[in-house]
Design a protein around this ligand. Sequence first.
Ligand SMILES: Cc1ncc(COP(=O)(O)O)c(C=O)c1O
Length: 369
Amino acid sequence: MTMTPSSPSPALPDELAARLDGIELPDPLGFSRLMAPVMSVAYYRDGAWETPRLTGLDPLPLAPHTQALHYGQAIFEGMKAYRNLGDDLDAPTLLFRPYEHARRFNRSAARLGMPELDEQVFVTALEELVGTLERLVPSRQGQSLYLRPTMFGATADLSVVPSTEFCFLICATPSDAFFTTPISAWIERHYSRAGAGGTGNVKAAGNYAASFAAAAPLRENGFHQLLWLDAVEHRYVEEFTAMNVFTRRGDVLVTPPLSDTILAGITRDSLLALGPSFGLKMEERPIDIHELTDAVAAGEDVEVFGCGTGAVVAPVELLGDETGLRLPLPDRSVALDLRGRLLDIQHGISAAPDGWQWPVTALPDGPRA
Ligand SMILES: Cc1ncc(COP(=O)(O)O)c(C=O)c1O
């Protein structure tokens, strides 16, 4: 993909500049502790999208019978802008693979009967917002400005039909690295995340609501992530709550093949591309949970890790379940190597394939740190 410079942005309106003036990053940053006071918003009306525009992060006017509240016509993306810590790219901030996120956003929209948004419009809105919020992009490796593009059905109508009006917005929050220590994963034996023909392969908001009850025992037992199995046999590993899954046995990395029950993670795709440069063989095939737990219990050379925008790569140190199974995983070396390389790419320290590092310059005449 060739890089096209973004068109010159207008100066930030005084009212928005005032909201950003003097704002400090919290310490610790955490996640969602400080919401950026500026967001990007566009409405879809009469069959067309408005151009997204910057506005304050204010409550939205929503009728109680707004369609998304009742029927869940809502989707989102999770993506990040990273401080450029390298020498080769001439911009303070880098978006990671924004066009891939734009394409997945549109796949989610299509699956939920929502209008697609031009990819270029999606990326330009991100550039404009990130350029404006440049001073809120934290500077330590692993930290980022987390970006949340969202679309929901905005028609006020209780009829069980798709909305005709939609709201698109992008809000942002400076974020610490997620999971800086290894995580524990709870094998979910009862509930299912996604069924064939459902919405598991897109980022429908309801997918996440449906995981909350299942996550209660996980929290009671001090675990971090659910490890979902397939809905038919409860035998094949699918993914974590918000991450794809990889295992390593010897020099082979395995991840389940994409299907209509697994989200096509952009981090997963990135690791499939990077793995061979570490001398790893990559396989996309089903992972039988019994085979996996037997291998770990037998003390074989096995790693398990999750990957996603939030966590980047999260090594698993413990697998458990409701039967009392507790299996420690001592080795996390390959997961940590992959995490290091991916973070170096995201921060512009290592070279990457075209389109992975998307330079964003600060908004001209916008507020400066
Ligand atoms: C269910 C689910 N699987 C996998 C992922 C990882 O996807 P990505 O690497 O694109 O963030 C996410 C996060 O977006 C997710 O919510």
